[in-house]
Design a protein around this ligand. Structure first.
Ligand SMILES: C[S@@+](CC[C@H](N)C(=O)[O-])C[C@H]1O[C@@H](n2cnc3c(N)ncnc32)[C@H](O)[C@@H]1O
Length: 215
């Protein structure tokens, strides 16, 4: 039996999917980065050490800004895909890529069941996304990320650590609930069979990064 997903249909997931809030998302990131989203995204592309010609998947890609920056880095020989469980996010990502004249394939899908064959991708990017998933879904997702990576491929995972109690403001308020500590990300990726090779602070807010490779 073939299942056809309508463009506006959201796939089932236990993750926290951003649907009606998709329209405010770019504004939220602007606030989060103090108006410096472009340099924030460039920093992430640097951390992932993207190379011309590589194939990249951005999971939970939101409005697509990082995937678009990644495509600029991998160039015409590289391929970039973005998936998100929110059709509204995917619609925005498609519009943004079209407006910027950048060729990225965006589709509605969930990270815990990636619509890609085994060992297809050089790099998976997961930014500000893992804290949207309950633990069992996170574990399934980490195994999926490992499955789609080529041997020697790598994942860059970026998420919020716990904000200090003294922090004020709307972003800190939101992330008092939405965060995942660095040691939990390291544990998650290691348990899925990936090898953690580097981790540390991104240098923006309470964000930390982890890079892990598939053997
Ligand atoms: C905070 S946003 C991060 C977006 C983007 N990665 C960024 O760096 O700006 C988290 C995204 O994860 C998506 N999401 C939640 N559960 C998901 C799932 N199971 N599979 C794919 N995406 C999911 C949400 O819809 C939302 O767009």
């Amino acid at each position: 039996m073939t299942t056809t997903l309508r463009d506006d249909a959201a796939p089932a997931t236990k993750g926290q999917v951003m649907r009606s809030s998709a329209r405010f998302y770019d504004l939220m990131v602007w606030l989060l980065t103090f108006g410096r989203e472009r340099s924030f995204r460039e920093r992430l592309v640097e951390l992932a050490r993207l190379q011309p010609g590589e194939s990249v998947l951005d999971v939970g890609c939101g409005t697509g800004t990082l995937a678009i920056a990644a495509k600029r880095r991998v160039g015409p020989r590289g391929l970039v895909h973005g998936i998100d469980a929110s059709p509204e996010m995917i619609a925005r990502a498609n519009r943004k890529a079209k407006k910027e004249g950048v060729d990225v394939t965006f589709r509605t899908a969930v990270v815990e069941a990636l619509p890609f064959p085994d060992r297809q991708l050089d790099v998976v990017l997961s930014t500000l996304m893992l804290h949207h998933l309950p633990r069992p879904t996170r574990e399934e997702s980490a195994r999926e990320i490992r499955r789609v990576l080529k041997p020697g491929g790598r994942v860059l995972a970026v998420d919020f650590g716990a904000p200090g109690r003294h922090r004020k403001g709307i972003i800190s308020h939101l992330h008092r609930r939405g965060h995942l500590s660095l040691d939990k990300v390291v544990e998650l990726l290691s348990a899925s069979g990936l090898t953690v090779v580097e981790s540390g602070a991104v240098g923006v807010r309470d964000l930390h990064f982890t890079i892990a490779t598939a053997q």
